[in-house]
Write a protein that binds this ligand. Sequence first.
Ligand code: PTJ
Length: 238
Amino acid sequence: MSELVSLGIVAQTGLIAHGRGEAFDYLIGERTQPPASKAEEAAAALLLEAKAPVVTINGNAAALAARELVQLADLVGAKVEVNLFHRSDERVRKVCDFVERESGRKVLGRSQDAILPGIASDRARCTKEGIMSADVVLIPLEDGDRAEALVKAGKKVIAIDLNPLSRTALAANITVVDELTRAVIGIVGAVDMLRGDPAARKKILSNYDNRGCLDDMMGIMRSNLGEGSAGHNRDVRC
Ligand code: PTJ
């Protein structure tokens, strides 16, 4: 990760965001918890039901799972768009190059020709072909303003965010509170399972309760904190 900061793929603050993620991951026991599996299933169902899905990738997501996110996009027929929070033309080019090199697929985002309403800075920039035309957008590690703006723009939003209290987690329609690389594996597994079963997809989506999943993830964190050891390393005494 720090090597990718020096290459300009990951933003300086991306390292801090990564550390925040690690802290939350520790609180959930560094494994996919049942409410996260439910959210991963719902994410797969929604991506398969979508007419114009888009997977967005920022610096951190590129560093952690560029190839895997593009593979997921391919499986559900989604477009891939690089969309940065700490935006500069140079970083956009570098992250697009990096994702294309890692995945062997062309991505959107190099030339941005649309503005997502509700964001006052050039962070609002995106593409007509990608985010602006999407009905479902997967946002790994996204900031709250953009997540809220996507929901306001009528998109169904799937967030992957280890912090169940973040504005992104609260704004999204489906929030996967799991570490990005595990979450993508979980969603891909669910896509394989649900691909030929539209009835199961509809049932999963109509029964899905995002607020309930977030509350359950908070409960797991509280209980792990109560145990004092996040459910592992119990034999280690500091
Ligand atoms: O590359 P850029 O310029 O687009 O910037 C990307 C970052 C991530 C720096 C930017 O979007 C940002 O500052 O995001 P936030 O507001 O820090 O939100 C990132 C969220 O992702 C936080 O809630 C973290 O807890 C969470 N997170 C960090 N690492 C992981 C994670 N969630 C899942 N898996 C992770 N590995």
